[in-house]
Design a protein around this ligand. Structure first.
Ligand code: PLP
Length: 477
């Protein structure tokens, strides 16, 4: 393909995306295809001779589009949002167009340099403590990773490195393997599946402690677990606190958990994957009070801050522990700019790095702080509106409401809500998923798409009502 054809293909693809977004509201949120559908639509062998880009785009429409779940439909309310905006899409496109791999500073200085500045902008946008920023005097700094899962795992590895070193310095007779076999990590049973996975991958048992009725890990529960483990000869090493849990968007109290971790010399990691974006709005920052006690902090601009997947922001108070955990040198990778710019490969798992900072820059530059705040506030308002609608119907109860997430159920036996969920998802007009709150089966309703408006919330509520009517007719209201 020459550059002239690329111009035509690229422009046609941009038109295709724009058309898709202009019609997305009218599409059923969930596809109707069955497993294996795609294999039947494609030849069994790759083509011998190349085909035209027009054929390729037609295939996208014929084969791919029917199998898409429309995450950006304003009637998609499942999971948590995955961010999307046109500036970020263009950022992705340019990054692919440049096609560099930022494996070191010299491998593409703009990659590292823009990331350093963007992580400072982002940290300031959230009002994170200065010591986490690249621009501070100290050893802290921020990096863009691929996912919150990756960050929680990286935090665990850094915590392990730090703890092993500290204990071996105190007692040189100790063996590294003996220490490693005794390390233990903690999070609440409301934490994301990725937290448990980090423990599995990092060979450190992750104790999932029972959260209270509000979905929070309390100080007394954590203290008791630490006490028990120490009595059994184990070494507490890593705590993952969550600001905005996946089931109900509950917030652990960092002012309670932080001092315990600091006193016990346990690495405190904060997982704010979804809700962290809300700290762009000063009125929500009270929920991250105590963040200064943490060693690492993470949120996903790719969830709620309009930056397309993947873009997961991680800050550490002391990058030394990452570098010590991940620094593997080769002659061809020689660091030439020690101290003047971070060599981000020592802060992450892979060697190669994408230019994720570009799309983040485009979003911050084009939306501005005000645009981002407006987006967050609008989505929270829509969730409050949904909560109000549910609250008006006596057949339903709102179980939790926090940020852009409402959980609710039909009063009575769990099976009623289960039936409602099945009926609604079968019809594919809206998409919601199950959850559990305080032991009860609930439906999670998240405001996800940046296109969602009040009329979409009305539509979704009517859809839920129409199906509830068949389970609990309104004469029983
Ligand atoms: N942490 C929380 C609280 C989440 O809600 C999620 C995903 O929804 C994750 C972590 C995992 O995020 P990622 O897909 O970026 O690994």
């Amino acid at each position: 393909m020459d550059s002239q054809e690329f111009r035509e293909f690229g422009k046609a693809a941009v038109d295709y995306i724009a058309d898709y977004f202009e019609t997305i509201r009218e599409r059923p949120v969930l596809p109707s295809v069955k497993p294996g559908y795609l294999g039947d639509l494609l030849p069994k062998e790759p083509p011998q001779t190349g085909e035209s880009w027009q054929d390729v785009l037609q295939d996208v429409d014929r084969i791919i589009m029917p199998g898409l779940t429309h995450w950006h439909s304003p009637r998609f309310h499942a999971y948590y949002p995955t961010a999307h905006s046109f500036p970020a899409v263009v950022g992705e496109m340019l990054s692919a167009g440049f096609g560099c791999v930022g494996l070191s500073w010299i491998a593409s200085p703009a990659y590292t340099e823009l990331e350093v500045v963007m992580m400072n902008w982002l940290g300031k946008l959230l009002d994170l403590p200065e010591e986490f920023l690249n621009c501070s005097e100290g050893p802290g700094g921020g990096i863009i990773q691929g996912s919150a899962s990756e960050v929680t795992f990286i935090g665990l590895l850094a915590a392990k490195e730090k703890k092993v070193k500290a204990l071996m310095e105190l007692n040189p007779d100790l063996k590294e393997s003996d220490i490693k076999g005794k390390l233990v990590a903690y999070a609440s049973d409301q934490s994301n599946s990725s937290v448990e996975k980090a423990g599995l991958l990092g060979s450190m048992p992750m104790r999932l402690l029972p959260a209270n009725a509000e979905g929070k890990l309390t100080a007394s529960t954590l203290l008791e677990a630490i006490r028990q483990d120490k009595n059994n000869g184990l070494i507490p090493c890593y705590v993952v606190a969550c600001l905005g849990t996946t089931p109900t968007c509950a917030f652990d109290d960092l002012e309670e958990l932080g001092p315990i971790c600091n006193k016990e010399e346990i690495w405190l990691h904060v997982d704010a994957a979804y809700a962290g974006s809300a700290f762009a709005c000063p009125e929500y920052r009270y929920l991250m009070k105590g963040v200064e006690f943490s060693d690492s902090f993470n949120f996903n601009p790719h969830k709620w801050m309009l930056v397309n997947f993947d873009c997961s922001a991680m800050w550490v108070k002391n990058a030394k522990y990452l570098v010590e955990a991940f620094n593997v040198q080769r002659i061809y990778l020689k660091d030439q700019h020690k101290g003047l710019a971070p060599e981000y490969r020592h802060w992450q798992i892979s060697l190669g790095r994408r230019f994720r900072a570009l799309k983040l820059w485009f979003v911050l530059k084009i939306y501005g702080v005000e645009g981002i705040q407006k987006h967050i506030r609008h989505q929270v308002d829509l969730a409050k509106y949904f909560e109000e609608l549910v609250g008006r119907d006596k057949r339903f109860e709102v179980c939790t409401s926090s940020m852009g997430l409402v959980t609710f159920r039909l009063r009575g036996n769990d099976s009623l809500t289960q039936q409602l969920l099945e009926k609604v998802d079968d019809r594919k007009h809206i998409f919601v998923v199950a959850g559990r709150s305080d032991g009860k089966f609930v439906i999670r309703f998240a405001v996800c798409s940046r296109l969602t408006e009040k009329r979409d919330v009305d539509f979704s509520w009517e859809e839920l009502l129409s199906q509830a009517e068949e389970i609990v007719p309104s004469k029983n209201k």
